[in-house]
Unconditional design. Sequence first.
Lengths: 111, 120
Amino acid sequence: GDSVTQMEGPVTLSEEAFLTINCTYTATGYPSLFWYVQYPGEGLQLLLKATKADDKGSNKGFEATYRKETTSFHLEKGSVQVSDSAVYFCALGNYGQNFVFGPGTRLSVLP
Amino acid sequence: SQTIHQWPATLVQPVGSPLSLECTVEGTSNPNLYWYRQAAGRGLQLLFYSVGIGQISSEVPQNLSASRPQDRQFILSSKKLLLSDSGFYLCAWSVRGRPGTTSSGANVLTFGAGSRLTVL
């Protein structure tokens, strides 16, 4: 079945550092890809999405590009802030199946 | 706009006691509804999903059950809680139809704020 793999972390960065969280997937057909963010004590919020190959999702300075040739959807941000500290989940939605989530990556940004 | 509510936000229960977590969605009709569990420091585990009233699919065998008495209401229950039931429970909804995609593209999963259950 479909699956999502992402680096589990924790990832610790200093403020203004560059962020990359890797995500790769295995799926049949043409899934949609998502990044969700979970702040402490809260539910998951959709951060960005991409629905087809070469699409770039972006929001709040975060970006991820749907790469079908490498089956990847890496999350990047050029300059992280303390307020970006959270758990980030890569997810996949495929036709006729339930959403599949990666294990989550905990990010801590230090001032 | 659509909103999703779940309660209670926090619950502390003794082992062997019953459980009822409730989730409601506003601003949409015929949604798909989901219950996920997140154990401490762990990822998400899909527990139940529903595509319509009275239609419940269970993803894992467990001490919990789910019901959908109304179109936009989803309830997670247990008759006797176990220590291992502790965790963060998340309700979610998506546009009705086959999950993962719609004719317009991505079908997004929208989560509630979560309910933290501690079983002592």
